[in-house]
Write a protein that binds this ligand. Structure first.
Ligand code: PHE
Length: 341
């Protein structure tokens, strides 16, 4: 019996010696020292021995149990240290790793273009004038010489809020507001912002887009000012040799009216796919402010004249970056936008 006890002691200590983690140690404890464990089991064997042997064997069992208990406590301290070391290593910061990049935002290409264009006109003395996106029909159309049923309204498919209120179809809707506020003084404003049209969404048209309108009113204003301002603008944006041309056109709120083209920025005027072999790209609509509009703004058309022009900002972005689909601008796909950051 004593031999068996010592065999057991040796095996138990050997098992303990190879325990390397807290979970196995816990299992070892349950197998040996817990109330249902083997060491405790030996105590129950004491009663089976002849009375004379009980005392001596009981002592041996107690010694073995105490030794296992002590060995367990010692080993537990080692395992605790090992576990701590493992945790520290797992949580440690490797200061030699390269730093994680900081995610930086960027401006939308339309915002960038707006700011640049506004900057160019501010240099020429224009100030920004903001007007509502949800606008009276009166200001978007009627006071611009487009009474109800005027055929020119068909040029701009309109979102109606109700009979008298529309989402502005162009920034020209701010012309009369600006004139009425500044009259009888001179007007030198640009009106930037979103416009809305009830269009099919295609690579060439969107239901929302940005325009910048320019309006200059004063006693000495004439058509050559329009040409000068726009040439200066085109050269600021596209380089000092940029050419422009004016073509006769029609808008109800200007007379005469024109469309202004820039020499194709891709082929330099030789003709390419983008300018459809014409060598020119349409940039904006413009003209002398119609006398009716001047009068609606509070001015006497025999005393002052005005020039006005309006251009699409998205078109500018597409042209400058050689993009052929306006829808990309509003999809806000980060893969597209990041290229401008
Ligand atoms: N409002 C016109 C458009 O959206 C552009 C324009 C503005 C034309 C000012 C003449 C003068 O097409």
């Amino acid at each position: 019996m004593l031999d068996q006890l010592h065999d057991y002691r040796r095996i138990a200590l050997e098992e303990l010696a190879v325990v390397a983690d807290a979970a196995t140690l816990e299992a070892w404890y349950r197998a040996h020292l817990a109330p249902s464990g083997k060491a405790t089991g030996w105590k129950r064997n004491i009663g089976k021995l002849p009375v004379a042997e009980r005392k001596g064997f009981g002592q041996s069992v107690n010694e073995v149990t105490a030794e296992l208990e002590k060995a367990f406590q010692l080993h537990k301290r080692r395992i605790d240290l090992l576990e701590l070391e493992k945790r520290i290593l797992a949580e440690a910061t490797d200061v030699t790793l390269p730093a994680r990049g900081v995610a930086r935002g960027g401006h939308h290409p339309v915002t960038l273009a707006l700011r640049e264009v506004i900057g160019v006109f501010e240099q020429m003395g224009f100030v920004v004038y903001e007007s509502p996106h949800v606008e009276l029909d009166e200001l978007n159309f009627e006071l611009l010489n487009m009474p109800p049923d005027h055929p020119a309204r068909d040029m701009q498919d309109t979102f109606y809020v109700d009979d008298d209120v529309v989402l502005r179809t162009h920034t020209s809707s701010g012309q009369v507001r600006a004139m009425r506020q500044l009259c009888p003084g001179p007007v030198r404003v640009i009106l930037p912002g979103l416009c809305y049209r009830h269009e099919n969404i295609t690579p060439r048209s969107e239901i929302q887009f940005h325009q910048i309108e320019g309006l200059l009113v004063g006693p000495e204003v004439r058509l050559s000012d329009l040409k000068g301002v726009l040439l200066k603008f085109a050269r600021a944006l596209f380089g000092p040799n940029q050419a422009i041309r004016m073509r006769g056109s029609y808008f109800p709120f200007t007379e005469p009216s024109c469309e202004v083209d820039i020499r194709c920025t891709l082929c330099g005027g030789n003709g390419c796919r983008v300018c459809k072999q014409s060598g020119w790209l349409e940039l904006l609509g413009a003209g002398l402010v119609h006398p009716v509009v001047l009068r609606n703004g509070g001015y006497d058309p025999t005393q002052v004249r005005g020039i006005a022009f309006g251009m699409g900002i998205e078109r500018l972005v597409l042209l400058r970056h050689g993009i052929d689909d306006i829808r990309l601008i509003f999809q806000n796909d980060l893969r597209f936008l990041r290229q401008f950051a």
